[in-house]
Design a protein around this ligand. Structure first.
Ligand code: GLC
Length: 435
């Protein structure tokens, strides 16, 4: 039986660097990049391991340049990255001693993780390792409802001879390598549990032991919430949707959270998927998240030749263009104090250290933006556009109503005088200096 009390034996790490960073890069890379039709292709298409080995046998990312990846991430404003050291297919990107199903045994022949970690660290980003709890290659991993062989009666029958305890030990051996040989690891992203019928959860993973090992080797590493072990999460991970409010933890308290999102629908490189989000849409996701105290982990699925594909590069450049001038409303920011009411078609973020409030204007209004409430009236001292530092004049209650206008009560509001033309930014931001 899993000992759930294990979580109380360790101090919780300090997540403040994580919360201040707000934007990170997820990287899903493996031999599925060659199939180019989703990282779950082995399961979706129920491909037997023999046939799936074609991607391993042809894996040769000759254009892989981790310094270029790190440069692209840093210039998009990302402060940390999380890479799939192993995804559900079971392929390992590092030179593990515990299997031959690893990068060093492919035609490419080299460890992919070491140079990646070095390049990203050098570019100033913190390091995160994603490690899949699922493994569709390991011989002792039993066939379950997600497994590629789920409908194969003979493979099902072989479950009797399989021992998940051997697999759980294999995971610990691998995690020991990852947390011992690559310097400080800031995040470990275990993925994922699906307890219940024909599923897997903490008893299968021996989550208590995995948790204990993780905390022992790397006391300050942040652990995600997918181990199926109550109290083990340092942050929660809404995926592929935008939460309507800040998520809560198991006890109902506001949780540290990170939304993980794809550019399109797939995490792994997907050649023929065309539902790519636009730059303004992605910025909206980032801003909306920060306005609810959350981070954004934005995923790139590099190609089989080892590059970020052109659609990703184009999005990253657009994000970087905006972040260059607007990151002040993101880094170190959180939800605005509740006394500041968010105006329509806007999102607010707040930096408690600098006492600045940021109004992200999603739809550019005509001439005036009204900020309603005494807190604005009493506390806003100066306002400027963030893209160019140009003053936004603050008008109180204006006597501009003429006989045709009727009377609208503008009590307890300030009006910001905006230019008619929307500033040249995907989402313009007004910076308010508070008294
Ligand atoms: C899911 C998927 C997976 C992806 C992950 C990212 O659990 O199984 O393919 O890696 O979410 O959050």
């Amino acid at each position: 039986m899993v000992d759930t009390s294990i979580v109380t034996k360790f101090a919780k790490p300090d997540a403040s660097w994580f919360v201040e960073s707000r934007l990170g890069m997820f990287i899903h890379w493996g031999t599925y990049a060659l199939a180019s039709r989703h990282e779950w292709v082995k399961s979706h298409e129920k491909i037997p391991t023999d046939a799936y080995m074609a991607y391993f046998n042809h894996f040769d990312p000759d254009l892989y340049d981790p310094k270029e990846w790190a440069r692209l991430a840093a210039s998009a404003g990302m402060k940390y990255f999380v890479v799939t050291t192993k995804h559900h297919e079971g392929f390992c990107l590092w030179d593990t001693k515990h299997t031959d199903y690893k990068a060093t045994k492919t035609p490419y022949g080299k460890d992919l993780i070491k140079p990646m970690v070095e390049a990203f660290r050098e570019a100033g980003l913190r390091v995160g390792f994603y490690y899949s709890l699922l493994d569709w290659h390991h011989p002792q991993y039993t066939v379950d409802r997600h497994h590629p062989m789920r409908d194969n009666a003979a493979e099902r029958a072989r479950n009797k001879g399989r021992d998940m305890r051997v697999y759980a030990q294999y995971m610990r051996d691998q995690v020991r390598e990852l947390l011992s040989n690559y310097g400080t690891v800031d995040i470990i992203w275990y993925d994922f549990s699906f307890p219940g019928e024909d599923g897997k959860g903490r008893e299968d993973w021996e989550s208590d032991k995995l948790y204990e090992l993780t905390r022992t080797l790397m006391p300050n590493v942040l652990i995600d919430n997918r181990l199926d072990l109550p109290g083990s999460a340092d942050f929660v991970t809404p995926e592929q949707f935008q939460p309507r409010a800040q998520p809560v933890d198991e006890r109902g308290a506001p949780a540290v959270w990170e939304g993980c999102q794809t550019f399109s629908g797939s995490w792994g490189y997907h050649r023929d998927e065309h539902t790519w989000k636009s730059v303004p849409q992605i910025l909206w996701m980032l801003i909306d998240g920060v306005s609810k105290n959350g981070n954004l982990l934005l995923n790139v699925g590099p190609t089989g030749r080892g590059e970020f594909d052109c659609r990703a590069r184009e999005r990253l450049a657009g994000i970087g263009e905006w972040m260059k001038r607007h990151s002040r409303s993101i880094y170190g920011c959180a939800a605005a104090p509740p006394e500041f009411k968010c105006p329509p078609d806007c999102r607010l973020t707040y930096n408690a250290k600098t006492k600045r409030l940021y109004v992200h204007v999603l739809t550019w209004p005509m001439k005036h933006l009204w900020l309603t409430g005494d807190s604005y009236v009493q506390r806003v001292e100066y306002a400027q556009l963030l893209n160019d530092g140009s003053e936004v004049q603050i008008k109180g209650i204006e006597p501009w109503q003429n006989e045709n206008s009727g009377n609208v009560s503008r009590e307890g509001a300030i009006g910001l005088n905006l230019p008619i033309i929307k500033p040249p930014a995907d989402i313009p931001v007004i910076e308010l200096f508070l008294k």
